[in-house]
Write a protein that binds this ligand. Structure first.
Ligand SMILES: Cc1cc2nc3c(=O)[nH]c(=O)nc-3n(C[C@H](O)[C@H](O)[C@H](O)COP(=O)(O)OP(=O)(O)OC[C@H]3O[C@@H](n4cnc5c(N)ncnc54)[C@H](O)[C@@H]3O)c2cc1C
Length: 333
């Protein structure tokens, strides 16, 4: 049994002071569905746990604002997924939540913690038996010469090819979301696409957050493309599984052609992945099946598959194309 210090600060400001005081072995606790999991596996062994679950100031959920949608870091996944306005105006955001994990997990898990979930790479989670640069920097990467079915095709490095597993961050990436944070140095805003790092030579450093930084909320600017959007998720079984491939897409059509296109990919990259290549193919074109397929292929033009994950190039391209056909239908075309 490993002992740790348990703290329950009264305010977000107290929480960030406590993280700073606690040092590198400190973890925040929101829903606990990632943290407890990794503690049980022995991958994480925090010395101090700071429980923030009761901080109602972080639980805001407002999808009615004229300029932006606001999701507090402690809003529950299930509450956001069930929000009627979100389902109607931004189906991609709602579907990314409702297709993740299970109802029980979504009832526990919070939106801020969700962004910071860690890879499901079996070698990362498998413990000391396997070298893993993410878990034990400098130890190597067992996945490179091992079973690489789950490895990333985009954004990988020699040190690490572990996939970012979450769904919600992928949908947020398509909508230019911004993450507001608080630390002892004050507040700042980080574009969602800058929150997660590619592994490079330091795969253990997964985000651009400082160790003493708390996610306060996520904001999504309003866009007309929200209604014609979808989160299309392909997995080994239809429920309660991580994405093999996924695509968050949104379009706005004008005079029969694509006037605005948003495409982000999940299950295939080391971080939530936006695809300007696919968007470029779509812009100014009628949204036909042929154009959608070409957009899907463009999204994977730079893919670097290994041995067991080559199938994801074709599957990923088709996922994008199918998602675009769903979006077209929702655009009323
Ligand atoms: C069996 C299983 C299946 C799953 N399937 C899916 C799936 O299909 N798709 C999917 O997307 N996810 C899936 N998940 C992951 C799940 O969505 C995450 O575990 C969950 O969203 C994490 O949220 P949490 O509130 O429980 O985070 P916690 O476990 O409480 O925290 C996670 C991390 O974030 C940090 N943290 C928490 N809140 C903050 C904050 N406000 N600011 C800064 N740091 C913070 C914590 O210190 C910790 O390091 C699955 C999980 C399990 C266990």
């Amino acid at each position: 049994m490993r002992s740790f210090t348990y703290l329950r600060p009264a305010t977000p400001a107290e929480a960030v002071e406590a993280i700073a005081d606690g040092g590198p072995g400190t973890r925040l606790l929101s829903g606990g569905t990632t943290l407890h999991d990794l503690m049980k596996l022995g991958v994480e062994a925090p010395l101090t746990i700071i429980d923030i679950t009761h901080l109602d100031a972080l639980a805001q959920l407002d999808t009615s604002g004229p300029e932006e949608l606001v999701f507090g870091a402690l809003a529950r996944m299930s509450d956001a997924a069930a929000d009627r306005r979100l389902q109607q105006d931004y189906p991609a955001l709602s579907e990314a939540l409702s297709k993740a994990a299970s109802q029980q997990l979504r009832n526990m898990a919070r939106l801020g913690g969700n962004l910071l979930q860690r890879t499901r790479c079996a070698y990362f989670r498998g413990g000391d038996a396997f070298p893993c640069n993410k878990r034990a920097p400098g130890s190597g990467c067992a996945a490179r010469d091992g079973v690489d079915r789950g490895n990333a095709l985009l954004g990988a490095s020699d040190a690490c090819a572990a996939v970012y597993p979450g769904d919600w961050a992928v949908a947020l990436a398509a909508f230019d979301a911004v993450v507001d944070t608080l630390s002892p140095r004050g507040e700042r805003s980080i574009p969602l696409l800058d929150l997660h790092r590619e592994p490079g030579s330091t795969p253990d450093v997964e985000t651009t957050l400082a160790p003493d930084e708390l996610i306060v909320r996520i904001r999504v600017p309003r866009t007309q493309a929200g209604r014609a959007s979808t989160y299309h998720k392909i997995r080994d079984r239809e429920s309660y599984a991580f994405a093999l491939t996924s695509a968050a897409v949104a379009v706005r059509l004008s005079a029969g052609v694509v006037a605005e296109a948003r495409v982000a990919l999940g299950g295939v990259a080391t971080r939530p992945w936006r695809s300007p290549e696919a968007e470029d193919v779509l812009l100014g074109q009628p949204l036909t099946e042929d154009v959608a397929q070409r957009a899907g292929q463009a999204a994977f033009a730079a893919a670097t598959p290994g041995t067991h994950n080559t199938f994801k190039v074709e599957l990923g391209a088709r996922t994008v194309a199918d998602a675009l056909m769903i979006a077209r239908q929702r655009a009323g075309e």
